[in-house]
Design a protein around this ligand. Structure first.
Ligand code: UT7
Length: 336
C-alpha cells in the first residue's frame, strides 16, 4: 500500500484594512520625529489603524469573507479554521473561534490560533499543508489578523512608527488536478532571540503569595537587534529555499515578503538579484501589519496590476520568537 500525499490548491486570497490613516506627520503630535526620519529608515509614510470598537476580529472576518468568495466555496464547507494573530483583541475565545461564529458556520469545526507573530501566515500554510496532504481536512481557512495599534506603546517612537493594522486570509483546498500550489515550504524559530521583540501579558499572582515585578506594557522591541538578526539570516535563507527546491531565482516571478522594513526587503531582493518589478512592496502605505502583510501585499498587488496571476512567487516572513519561514507557491488565475 502506498501513502500518497494529497496536493494543495490555493483557492482564494482576501484582505481587509481599517479606513483610518495615520501619517508620519500625524505622529509628530505624539513625539519628536519627522517624516524624513521614518521614511528614510523604514520606507513607511503612513499606516492604517482601528478606531473605536473596530478590531482585528472585524478585519479578519472581512478578509475571510473575501477569500471564501474568491475560492467559490460555502463557509459551511470549511472544515478547519487557523488564525494567525499576535496582537489580538482577546486572548480567548481564540480569533479562529470568533471567525467561525462571524461567518455563521453552523457545524462545529476545529478552530485555533497560532502565535508565530509576523511569520504566522507561513506557519499557518505549513500546518494547513500537512492536514491537506494527510487527507484529514479538505477546505481550510487561514486568517492572519492583528490590531497592533492597540498594543504598541505610543510613547515609544522607536517601535510605534512601524506598525499598522490589517488582515489577510487564504482558503486552501485539496487540488483535484494533482498540481500542488506549494512547491516548497519551510518554517523556523530560534527562541534564543526571543528577547528582541516581546509583548508581555501580565496578571497578578494569587494574593496569598509573593507578587512579581510586572513587565512594561506594550510591544517592546530592540529595533537594531531585530534588523541585524534578520538582515543576517533572511537573504541566505530565502536563497537556499529556492535552491533546495531545485529552482533558480530567475524561475520565480515575484518576491512577496513580510513588510517590516524596506531596507530588509531590499537585502533579500539584492541576494536574489531581482529587479524592482519582481518585488511586491506596500509598506509605504500600511507599515508592518504582522502576519497579514504577505496576503495583503499579494491580493493588493493583483488588484493594482503589479502581480500577474498564473505565476510563481516566493513568500517570506519573520517576526517575534524569533520565527521565520518561506514558501514557493503557484498563484493560479482567479485566486484574488
Ligand atoms: O516584524 C518585525 C518588526 N521589526 C522590525 O523589522 C524592526 C527592524 N528595525 C528597524 O526597522 C530599525 O531598527 C528602526 C527603524 C526601528 C530604528 O532605526 P535605527 O536606525 O536602528 O535607529 P536606532 O533605534 O538605533 O536609533 C537611532 C537614534 C536614537 O537616537 P540617539 O540615541 O542616537 O540619540 C533614537 O532615539 O534615532 C532615535 N530615534 C528616532 N528619532 C526620530 C528612534 N526612533 C526615532 C523616531 N524619530 N521615530
Amino acid at each position: 500500500m502506498t501513502n500518497k500525499l494529497i496536493p494543495l490548491r490555493i483557492a482564494g486570497v482576501g484582505y481587509s484594512l481599517p479606513e483610518t490613516v495615520i501619517t508620519n506627520d500625524d505622529l509628530t503630535q505624539l513625539y519628536e520625529t519627522s517624516d524624513e526620519w521614518i521614511y528614510s529608515r523604514t520606507g513607511i509614510k503612513e499606516r492604517r489603524v482601528v478606531s473605536g470598537e473596530e478590531n482585528a476580529i472585524d478585519l479578519g472576518f472581512e478578509a475571510s469573507k473575501n477569500a471564501i468568495e474568491k475560492a467559490g466555496i460555502d463557509p459551511e464547507d470549511i472544515d478547519l479554521i487557523l488564525a494567525a494573530s499576535s496582537a489580538p483583541p482577546d486572548l480567548y475565545p481564540a480569533i479562529a473561534c470568533h471567525i467561525h461564529e462571524r461567518l455563521g458556520i453552523k457545524k462545529p469545526v476545529p478552530a485555533f490560533d497560532i502565535t508565530a507573530a509576523c511569520s504566522g501566515l507561513i506557519y499557518g500554510l505549513s500546518i494547513a499543508r500537512a492536514y491537506i496532504a494527510s487527507g484529514m481536512y479538505k477546505n481550510i481557512l487561514i486568517v492572519a489578523t492583528d490590531n497592533n495599534s492597540r498594543l504598541v506603546d505610543w510613547t515609544d517612537r522607536g517601535t510605534s512608527i512601524l506598525f499598522g493594522d490589517g488582515a489577510g486570509a487564504m482558503v486552501v483546498t485539496q487540488a483535484e488536478d494533482g498540481i500542488d500550489d506549494i512547491i516548497a515550504i519551510d518554517i523556523k524559530a530560534d527562541g534564543n532571540y526571543g528577547h528582541l521583540i516581546e509583548l508581555a501579558f501580565d496578571g497578578k499572582n494569587c494574593p496569598l503569595v509573593e507578587q512579581y515585578e510586572p513587565k512594561p506594557t506594550g510591544i517592546r522591541m530592540n529595533g537594531r537587534g531585530v534588523y541585524t538578526f534578520v538582515a543576517k539570516v533572511l537573504p541566505q535563507y530565502v536563497e537556499e529555499l529556492v535552491s533546495n527546491a531545485g529552482m533558480k531565482a530567475e524561475e520565480i516571478d515575484y518576491l512577496i515578503p513580510h513588510q517590516a522594513n524596506l531596507r530588509i526587503i531590499q537585502a533579500v531582493q539584492e541576494r536574489l538579484g531581482y529587479s524592482d518589478d519582481k518585488v511586491v512592496t506596500n509598506i509605504k502605505y500600511y507599515g508592518n501589519t504582522s502576519a497579514a502583510s504577505i496576503p495583503i501585499a499579494l491580493a493588493e498587488g493583483v488588484e493594482k496590476g503589479n502581480v500577474k496571476l498564473g505565476s510563481t512567487a516566493v513568500l517570506c516572513g519573520f517576526g517575534a520568537g524569533m520565527t521565520w519561514g518561506g514558501a514557493i507557491v503557484r498563484l493560479r488565475e482567479g485566486i484574488c
